[in-house]
Write a protein of this length. Structure first.
Length: 560
C-alpha cells in the first residue's frame, strides 16, 4: 500500500485497485495509518525516509515498508535518490531532462517548459518540477496521486530486481527499506547520554568548561605546551599544521613522510615528543569536535544525543549517522549511560568480514574454520603460521595488502582457500578495469576509470590498483553491511514487545536499551535474532556467525 502523508493536509494511499483520500479535517492522519498498520499489516510504499520520519514524529511506528530511495541506491548505486531521479531511471528517461527544484532562471525555465499546469508528469515523461518541489503535498487529492506514482515506481523496481543475477536482491531491498525505518527511529529516539558523566570525561582531556573565550585560549595554550616542552629550546611550531609538525619531528631526529596517527604510533619509543603529540591529538579532537559545544548542540534536555541516521553511506552500503555518532572516541563512551531502571544489551559481531567471505564465496574449507568461535585459530593451523600472522593475512587478502607479514603467506592462503581467494581476485580485476560490481545482496558498486588523456601511465596503473583493492573489499564489506542490517531490523521487530529498542548501530555493533528486569531475556533474543538473520541471509548453514553479547550499564563497560 503506497502512502503519502502531510499531517496538516491528510493522507493519500494507493493500492492495485485505486486510491484513497483522507483529509486531515476528517480524522487525524496518524490515527488512520496506525489503525491500518495494526489491522492489515501492509508493506507501506513511499519515496524515502522522509515519510518514515514524518510518521515517527507523529507517534506512528509501522512494521514494514518499501523505501523507494533505499531500493534505488541498491539497484543503481551511489547516493542520489530523489523522486525525479528515481522516476527517470525507472522509466528509462534521459538524465539531462530531470527537473530541477531550485530557484528558476532563464536556463531552468527553458529546460522545464514541458511542465503541465497541474499534472505530476510532464509531456516528456519526467516528473513536473512543481510537483517534485513540493506541489504534491498541497491537497489530499495530490497526496493520493503522489502515492499512486510511487506505487508504480515500486512495481518497476521489483521487476528490475528480478532481472539482476542476485537471488537475494528482493529480500535485500526489503531489509534495506526496514533499515531506513530503523534509522528514522534512531534519529528521533537518540542515544542515552548522562551529561554530567560526559562532561567529566571531556574535562579529563581539556579541562573544565571554559567560562570565556580567553579561558578557552589559555586551555589550548596549556595543551600545546605539553608537546612543545619536548622541542628544542627557543623553537616555535604550530601543532595544527601537519607541515610544522613534520618540522618539529625532524628537529628531534625523526623523519616521516606524513603525520598520520598510525605512523606516529609506531614511533612512540623514538622520542618523548611522539607520545606527547599522540596525547595532544586525542585532547584536541575532543576539544574541537567532541567537546562542550558538541554536547550543547546535540544532547537534548531529555538526555538523548541525536543525529541524522541513514541506512546507506552511498558506497558499500553501511549505516551512517551525523553528530559524531559513528566516530565518537572510545574514551567518551563512559558518558553513554542507560537510563534509570534500564541497561544496555551490547552485541558485537565476531570476525564478521572473513565469515561473510566464507559465505558469499562458497568456500567450504573457509566455512569449516567458522565453526570455531575464533576462526583465526584453525586458519593459522591450516596455514602453518601463528594466529596473528593468519589474521593479518586474511584481512590483508580482503583489503588488497601486497606487502608485509600478511602478504608473505598469501600463496598459502590461495592454496588453502582457493574459492574465497578467487572470489576476491575476480572483484579486484573487475575494479581494476572499472567494471561495476554487485554485492551478494545485489547492491551496485560503481567503479570509475581514469581519463587516459589526463593521467600518466604510472598514475593510471596506480589508480587501477587502488580500484582493485577497493573492489575486493567492497564486495565483502557490502555483504557484511547487508547481513548486519538484516540482524538489526530483526532485533527491531523482536525487541519492541519487551519494551527494548535499538539505540545505536555502529559498524558491526548493536546497542539495545532495555528494561533492567528483562535484560537477560533481551540478550538471548539478540543472539537468537543473529541466527534468524543468518538463516534468512546466508545461502546455507555452512557458516557460523557469532556475537559477543553482554549486559552493561554504560557503553564503556563493554570489553574492547
Amino acid at each position: 500500500m503506497a502512502l503519502a502523508v502531510v499531517p496538516a493536509v491528510g493522507v493519500g494511499m494507493a493500492t492495485s485497485t485505486g486510491t484513497v483520500v483522507v483529509p486531515a479535517i476528517d480524522v487525524a492522519p496518524a490515527a488512520v495509518i496506525r489503525r491500518i498498520d495494526e489491522d492489515v499489516r501492509p508493506r507501506w510504499v513511499w519515496w524515502s525516509i522522509d515519510t518514515a520520519a514524518t510518521l515517527v514524529t507523529a507517534g506512528v511506528r509501522v512494521a514494514t515498508c518499501w523505501d523507494v530511495a533505499a531500493v534505488h541506491r541498491l539497484l543503481v548505486g551511489g547516493w542520489r535518490a530523489d523522486p525525479a531521479t528515481v522516476w527517470a531511471e525507472m522509466h528509462d528517461l534521459p538524465a539531462d531532462g530531470i527537473p530541477t527544484t531550485g530557484p528558476l532562471d532563464l536556463f531552468s525555465v527553458a529546460a522545464q517548459a514541458g511542465d503541465q499546469d497541474d499534472g505530476p508528469v510532464r509531456d516528456d515523461g519526467h516528473l513536473s518540477a512543481e510537483w517534485v518541489g513540493g506541489g504534491w503535498s498541497t491537497t489530499p487529492d495530490r497526496l493520493a496521486e503522489w502515492a499512486a506514482l510511487v506505487r508504480g515506481v515500486a512495481v518497476r523496481q521489483q521487476d528490475r530486481l528480478g532481472e539482476i543475477d542476485r537471488p537475494m536482491a528482493t529480500a535485500t531491498a526489503r531489509s534495506e527499506s526496514a533499515a531506513e525505518l530503523l534509522c528514522a527511529e534512531l534519529s528521533a529516539d537518540g542515544l542515552p547520554v548522562d551529561r554530567a558523566a560526559a562532561e567529566a570525561v571531556i574535562a579529563r582531556f581539556v579541562g573544565p568548561r571554559p567560562r570565556s573565550e580567553a579561558e578557552a585560549v589559555e586551555q589550548r595554550a596549556r595543551r600545546d605546551a605539553e608537546v612543545l616542552r619536548h622541542a628544542p629550546p627557543g623553537s616555535r611550531f604550530d601543532l595544527r599544521s601537519p607541515g610544522q609538525v613534520k618540522s618539529l619531528l625532524r628537529r628531534v631526529g625523526i623523519e616521516v613522510p606524513d603525520t598520520r596517527a598510525w605512523r606516529l604510533e609506531s614511533l612512540r619509543d623514538a622520542h618523548p615528543v611522539v607520545e606527547a603529540l599522540l596525547a595532544w591529538r586525542k585532547a584536541e579532537r575532543v576539544a574541537t569536535t567532541y567537546g562542550y559545544a558538541w554536547l550543547d548542540e546535540h544532547l537534548g534536555e531529555d538526555g538523548r544525543l541525536r543525529g541524522a541516521w541513514s541506512g546507506c553511506d552511498g558506497a558499500a552500503g553501511r549505516m551512517t549517522a551525523s553528530a559524531g555518532l559513528h566516530n565518537m572516541p572510545a574514551d567518551l563512551r563512559g558518558g553513554v549511560v542507560a537510563e534509570a531502571g534500564h541497561v544496555f544489551v551490547r552485541a558485537d559481531l565476531g570476525q564478521i568480514e572473513p565469515r561473510v567471505l566464507a559465505a558469499v564465496s562458497g568456500d567450504a574449507a573457509l566455512a569449516r574454520a567458522t565453526e570455531e568461535a575464533d576462526m583465526y585459530a584453525p586458519v593459522a593451523q591450516h596455514l602453518g603460521v601463528d594466529r596473528p600472522t593468519a589474521k593479518v593475512a586474511v584481512l590483508g587478502a580482503m583489503y588488497g595488502q601486497t606487502t608485509g607479514r600478511g602478504a608473505q603467506v598469501l600463496r598459502r592462503l590461495e592454496g588453502a582457500y582457493p574459492v574465497a581467494m578467487a572470489y576476491l581476485e575476480d572483484a579486484a580485476r573487475a575494479g581494476q578495469v572499472g567494471r561495476s560490481l554487485r554485492t551478494y545482496g545485489g547492491r551496485l558498486i560503481r567503479m570509475g576509470t581514469a581519463n587516459a588523456n589526463e593521467v600518466t601511465d604510472r598514475e593510471a596503473r596506480s589508480q587501477a590498483a587502488a580500484r582493485g583493492r577497493y573492489g575486493r573489499n567492497a564486495v565483502v564489506q557490502g555483504a557484511a553491511a547487508e547481513l548486519f542490517k538484516v540482524w538489526a531490523v530483526t532485533v527491531r521487530a523482536r525487541a519492541t514487545p519487551a519494551g527494548a529498542g535499538v539505540v545505536l548501530c555502529l559498524h558491526d555493533e548493536l546497542l539495545v536499551h532495555t528494561p533492567a528486569d528483562r535484560a537477560e531475556a533481551v540478550a538471548g533474543l539478540v543472539d537468537d535474532c543473529l541466527q534468524e538473520a543468518a538463516r534468512r541471509w546466508a545461502p546455507d548453514d555452512a557458516v557460523r556467525f557469532v556475537a559477543d553479547t553482554s549486559v552493561i550499564a554504560r557503553w564503556s563497560d563493554a570489553k574492547a
